[in-house]
Ligand binder design. Structure first.
Ligand code: ZN
Length: 130
């Protein structure tokens, strides 16, 4: 084979090899991009939170129940109590939900909703500590 012909063959082979590498790189990048998008989607759209606010008009105590869900599967509810000093020994709380806060997506990136009743306590009076 003449020298020029051999060189052409060699260049072609190198070109094909580099094309292959480029293609492989492209699929690698594509896979990486898809992975990043899936992870971002899961992080962004997976979590949601619901906070329920309750009050007991008999003793003026407040209770918050917060539930974090992941793709609609709720986790363990977390209760925060603000107990009043008027609770008698046999007192049974009459919890009344006065407000609900819901958010979906990370930090409420998809939606946020608040539903409030006009008063914090069932009897319409404020939180009076006596
Ligand atoms: Zn109570």
């Amino acid at each position: 084979m003449p020298l020029i012909g051999r060189l052409t063959v060699a260049t072609n082979a190198a070109r094909i090899a580099s094309l292959h590498t480029e293609l492989r790189m492209r699929t690698k990048w594509k896979r990486l991009l898809v992975t990043v998008l899936v992870v971002a989607g899961v992080v962004l759209f997976g979590p949601s939170q619901k906070i329920e606010h309750y009050s007991c008009h008999n003793c003026r105590s407040l209770k918050d129940v917060s539930v974090v869900s992941f793709f609609g599967i709720p986790g363990r509810p977390k209760e925060t109590l603000q107990l009043s000093n008027q609770i008698t020994e046999r007192h049974v709380h009459d919890w009344w939900e006065y407000s609900v806060y819901k958010q979906s997506g990370l930090f409420g990136s998809l939606s946020k909703r608040v539903a409030c009743k006009p008063t914090q306590f069932k009897d319409g009076q404020g939180r009076v500590e006596r």
